[in-house]
Design a protein around this ligand. Structure first.
Ligand SMILES: [Zn+2]
Length: 104
């Protein structure tokens, strides 16, 4: 995705997504890009109220059509989601892998 597409993707998420737990709307500050490739962007949405994190992928369609997929429907990010992200990242430049290798 180019910058313009990423921006419109963020706007789209900002407009359409609410926390699945407490229904609070996200602020622009709560939306973080994890990774992006040609057609898709992975974003982390962190609820400003209950701090629940969800990972969503946004696909840019032919025009400005964006498709949103919820990767998580539960309160915690599952191992499968992490695997999904890793698979996603293998297609992408290695820089973002650091995020997942750091142990806290
Ligand atoms: Zn919430």
């Amino acid at each position: 995705m180019n910058l313009k597409e990423i921006r419109s993707a963020i706007k789209f998420v900002h407009k359409t997504c609410k926390c699945i737990e407490c229904k609070k709307s996200y602020l622009m500050d709560n939306i973080h890009i994890i990774a992006t490739n040609g057609k898709e962007s992975l974003m982390e949405l962190k609820c400003p109220k209950c701090k629940l994190s969800v990972i969503v992928s946004v696909t840019s369609g032919l025009e400005h059509e964006l498709e949103l997929q919820d990767h998580t429907s539960t309160s915690a990010i599952s191992k499968n989601d992490i695997l999904d992200i890793k698979n996603f990242l293998t297609k992408f430049d290695g820089n973002f892998k650091k995020l997942f290798n750091t142990k806290k």
